[in-house]
Design a protein around this ligand. Sequence first.
Ligand code: TA6
Length: 279
Amino acid sequence: MSIKHIITDGTASAEVYEHGATLTSWKVDGIEQIFVSEKAILDGSKAIRGGIPLVFPHFGKVETSKLPQHGFARNSKWVVIDQSKKNQIILQLLPENVPEELRSLWPNQFKLIYTVTLEGKALTTKLDVLNTENKNDGKAWEFTVLLHTYFKVPSIETTYVSGLKGLKYTEKINNILDKIEDNENIVISKEVDRVYNDIPKTITIKKEDSKSKIELNPTNTFKDVVVWNPWIEKSKGMSDFDDLEYKKMICVEIGTVSNFINLKPGENWTGSQTLTAKL
Ligand code: TA6
């Protein structure tokens, strides 16, 4: 079983596994905001189905790479480097923490630092990406990155995503490019797997049944957001996901996935999202 750490702030709490530095719970006033499948594998043998898996160095599959979908960060054992505050935990990933069979597929020198902070009804997850190659003869490298957040909802039918009206998006299902979102409130009533570009400072998930909302505030270093629900058929195809769990979750995933970010030796990139529960 992978080791799990708990942080608290007042009535809020969160749980983070060392495996993948995956946050698997965020409770506000005792109410769970994050979805984790009842069939999730938590022993470190595969990425956790749910929570906030970290996607690095590749979102999806990259033709020129043999790395598995979504890279290796969510499949590696991170190291806790600071838990001196009760409301914060900081974890680090270095090449030596990545399973050899995955590290050999992306043999670059890097350091990731992931900071999870609770403040009242807000949760902030920040990722620092550093190119630690030698400044004299090291090489630049490029990556895409995403916080693959699974939100728990009372019912998908009465959940709305707002703030994306007017944005260009790609529907990965059937690879439909350059669509424009014309709904202020996006309702999910089938499988969706969309990448929206040039995202705003605020995206809101409204949960009609519980009259509650979650506000997402990404830094402007995150350019895209993925909205995903597997719906009926894809749910059946995931062994670590129950057939009916699509009704109780929605992924709204802040990231930079449409264009690679290039880092030279010694350079770093930072992105964070603040989630605020409005209960
Ligand atoms: O973020 C959406 C997505 O890329 C979907 O295409 C779906 O594959 C989902 O991620 C889950 O991917 P996983 O590799 O965790 O099964």
